[in-house]
Design a protein around this ligand. Structure first.
Ligand SMILES: Cc1cc2nc3c(=O)[nH]c(=O)nc-3n(C[C@H](O)[C@H](O)[C@H](O)COP(=O)(O)OP(=O)(O)OC[C@H]3O[C@@H](n4cnc5c(N)ncnc54)[C@H](O)[C@@H]3O)c2cc1C
Length: 353
């Protein structure tokens, strides 16, 4: 059982900034995210796009913003359960919550902050009749641990940035990488497309286009995929492989959270925005893109603001009756849970001769 003060569901920008604000109040956080990496939409959908409306950053790449948020909250030593979806929530007699993921990991906390954005990202699966038989038996829809492909034969399907980037990365890890796409054209960053072309010319990536994977062969594990070339649909052939990785993007779904008894409006969780972004269930808050209230804007800076106010309310639940006096970080400094201390240089009293 993982225990923490604030259990955050969703490690997007809102969830990550919550760790920092909670840390200032000496509250520990643990984050669950269905994706294998933190950053939410910023790292999954548009890591290389510049954002222009983050205060004090005239321009910052979404991926760099994630890195900065991780750097800022590192001192408060957040825990992460990544690649797992929060599935169920059980309120205990003492008012605390146990949240269990689809993989059975249990988390216990007095406060739950849902920062689930548009919902958990579910992979778009190709229409292959027996694909579910091979899930986690050689078929993976996202790459969580690149080392597991070392010296293996890998087939990747897809025509976007993920398929291109992982083909490039795995060409140095796997013994064989085959990239299959149903068109000749790829939709990605020019440098990634050019790199795949170069690796193909060097014989480090086998490129098969226009083609589709239409079947999977194996008993308890993937042994080969069946490929149909678009121009010769009757001409199917097999490619031997240990892993088949379809990277066709992810679609967000509010998913299991929708069944937690929370008040939902237009696929978002209703909260009390006049006070603290609490939901209709005391102790459960919803912040960032996942919530709704009159005037709601789905922007990163709004998520940051909501996280800050929500942490004050969480403090009161965790420390009932204890008064918290807001202090500027310029005055109080920041004491990390890792023993680090940051503070502005102190004023000195020194005569000038
Ligand atoms: C292309 C694009 C460009 C954008 N540009 C801007 C911009 O310029 N400026 C701006 O302010 N905003 C922009 N946005 C919007 C911005 O990205 C969102 O407002 C922001 O990501 C919301 O952050 P969040 O942390 O609330 O949610 P998200 O970033 O959506 O993160 C939520 C996380 O929760 C996880 N999750 C959800 N449910 C579960 C569950 N049950 N179990 C486990 N994990 C779960 C998801 O996997 C996800 O990682 C843009 C969005 C897109 C798509």
């Amino acid at each position: 059982m993982i225990k923490t003060d604030i259990l955050i569901i969703g490690a997007g920008p809102t969830g990550l900034f919550t760790v920092f604000e909670a840390g200032l109040l000496k509250l520990k956080c643990h984050l669950i995210d269905a994706l294998p990496q933190p950053g939410g939409q910023c790292s999954e959908i548009y890591p290389k796009k510049p954002i222009y409306d983050i205060p004090a950053y005239p321009e910052i790449l979404a991926g760099d913003l994630t890195d900065k948020l991780l750097e800022q909250c590192k001192q408060f030593e957040p825990g992460f359960t990544l690649g797992e979806r929060a599935e169920t929530i059980d309120k205990q007699k003492d008012g605390t919550f146990i949240v269990t993921t689809n993989k059975g990991t249990k988390h216990h906390a007095p406060v739950v902050a849902i920062a689930g954005g548009l919902g958990s990202f579910e992979p778009r699966k190709p229409l292959i009749h027996n694909i579910t038989d091979f899930e986690d038996k050689g078929v993976e829809y996202m790459i969580k641990e690149p080392e597991m492909y070392r010296n293996k034969k890998v087939v990747i399907a897809g025509g976007g940035d993920s398929a291109l980037d992982w083909s490039i990365f795995l060409s140095d890890v796997a013994s064989e990488v085959t990239l299959i796409h149903r068109r000749n054209e790829f939709r990605g960053h020019l440098d990634s497309v050019e790199k795949v072309q170069e690796l193909k010319n060097l014989g480090k990536i086998n490129l098969i286009t226009p083609a589709e994977v239409t079947g999977i062969v194996g008993h308890h594990h993937v042994k080969a995929v069946v490929v149909s070339q678009a121009e010769h649909i009757e001409k199917e052939f097999e490619i031997e492989c240990d892993h088949f990785i379809p990277l066709f993007g992810l679609s967000p779904k509010l998913g299991p959270i929708a069944n937690w008894g929370l008040e939902i409006e237009k696929n978002a969780i209703k909260v009390n925005n006049a006070l603290d972004y609490q939901t209709n269930i005391p102790g459960i808050f919803a912040i960032g893109d996942v919530n709704t209230y009159p005037g709601k804007l789905k922007l990163i800076l709004c998520g940051f603001h909501e996280a800050t106010l929500m942490c004050q309310a969480a403090y009161q639940i965790i420390n009932p009756g204890k008064r918290y006096v807001l202090k500027y970080t310029t005055v109080s400094g920041v004491d990390g849970f890792d023993g680090t201390r940051k503070e502005a240089p102190k004023a000195v009293v020194k005569a000038i001769e």
